[in-house]
Design a protein around this ligand. Structure first.
Ligand code: GAF
Length: 393
């Protein structure tokens, strides 16, 4: 959705609500998008590669400073508000304030001079669908506070700060992908990010008649964050086992299949399966970016199916609903590739679909999904957009 100045746009909605609740000068308005990830899943915290992009679904946040130390937050979509203070940053039983307070806490810990502020936000990123609404909210907060208090943080500093907020305040040991994509996104380009060096390259995404379709399972497993942290620990165990023999290995990025055969498989088969997926996924991503350079979306799409297989069978972060949706499109000639996207255990699948077949696809799958999985299906077409920025007046 492109922000516009019409009264119904999300940016004018948050602005008007802000002015109604906090009369005074016009607030700063920030747009911070969700993301898709084309390939390279669970590789970020293993120092590997990812291929995300920011999308046209975003958080819109209106912010202004206050003369005291108070923090007033309003989540318009949830119709909830939070009042607190800079002097007492503790996590909230409502949970949603933590994404903002975590950013504030990191800024305070880093010694940045902050004052109190008011924020009103809303958005159109479906919650729990795996499009990273939480990272978008963290990035929007970091971006807004950086501007309001003239902190002089560069984009990468805001990204790492937003990630730390999630790791240390919210308690999910996520990697850097979601925050990076939300901040660094560029219209019609995907980002190949090396999560070890943090070097990144933009690749034009020539979709020529292909659409990125997200099929939302409407499954939100509470398992997601605990299992996510477990996967992370299992990967660390694999690295530890290998390092007993190969001390030069720093992360799964440096690991070969031979090393897994020799040092992990004989000791712990579950850890071996997890690590094997990551090693294969990094190689697959590098090959997939070659497909992109050649404009071969058919070969690229095949690799998305392979990724799904690995996430489902080896990494075991899928769920019956995600598997069902991928199985439904596997033999459809209008679908070039499909896989579960993001952390897993629910959320959505990402599909590359011929433009003329998008409506028919959703129309075909929704009734069978309802019948077999007893849930509704929502389809979104995602466009690739710019990252976090100020919405001009
Ligand atoms: C979630 C995390 F937040 C990311 O850092 C990433 O690990 C992803 O799951 C899986 O690739 O979105």
């Amino acid at each position: 959705m492109a922000p516009s100045s019409s009264t119904s746009s999300p940016s004018s909605l948050v602005k008007n609500e802000f002015l109604a609740r906090f009369p005074g000068a016009a607030p700063l308005i920030v747009r911070s998008p969700g993301r898709v990830n084309l390939i390279g899943e669970h590789t970020d915290y293993n120092h590997g590669f990812v291929l995300p992009a920011a999308i046209d679904k975003a958080i819109y946040l209106a912010a202004a400073s206050r003369p005291d130390n108070e923090i007033h937050l309003v989540a318009l979509d949830l119709r909830k508000s939070y009042n607190g203070s800079l002097d007492k940053l503790v996590s909230s039983p409502m949970h949603w304030p933590d994404y903002l307070l975590g950013v504030v806490q990191q800024l305070v810990l880093e010694g940045h001079p902050l004052g109190g502020f008011n924020i009103v936000f809303a958005g159109d990123i479906p919650l729990g669908a795996g499009m990273s609404s939480s990272a978008a909210l963290e990035c929007a907060t970091a971006f807004a506070l950086n501007q309001l208090f003239d902190l002089g943080l560069d984009t990468l500093a805001m990204v790492t700060l937003a990630q730390k907020a999630e790791n240390r305040f919210v308690g999910v040991q996520c990697g850097i992908m979601d925050q990076f994509a939300s901040m660094f996104g560029r219209r019609d380009q995907v980002i190949r990010l090396d999560c070890d060096s943090l070097q990144y390259t933009y690749f034009p995404l020539q979709l020529d008649g292909i659409r990125i379709v997200l099929l939302d399972t409407h499954v939100h497993h509470s398992l997601a964050s605990s299992e996510y942290n477990t996967r992370r620990r299992q990967c660390e165990t694999g690295v530890r086992l290998i390092r007993e023999n190969c001390p030069e290995v720093a992360s799964l990025r440096d690991v070969t299949l031979d090393m897994l055969d020799s040092y992990v498989a004989p000791v712990d088969q579950l850890v071996d399966r997890r690590c094997r997926f990551i090693v294969g996924e990094n190689a697959r991503l590098l090959a997939a970016t070659e497909d992109l350079k050649r404009g071969d979306l058919t070969a690229f799409g095949q690799k998305m199916f392979e990724t799904h297989q690995g996430l489902s069978r080896e990494y075991e972060v899928s769920c019956p609903e995600l598997d069902f949706l991928v199985d439904q499109v596997r033999d459809d000639p209008a679908v070039l590739g499909a896989r579960m996207m993001g952390g897993g255990f629910g959320g959505c699948t990402i599909n590359l679909v011929k433009a003329e077949a998008v409506d028919a696809l959703a129309g075909r799958i929704a009734p069978v999904y309802r019948k077999e999985m007893k849930r509704e299906l929502t389809a979104y077409v995602a466009r690739i957009e710019d990252g976090t920025s100020v919405v001009p007046d």
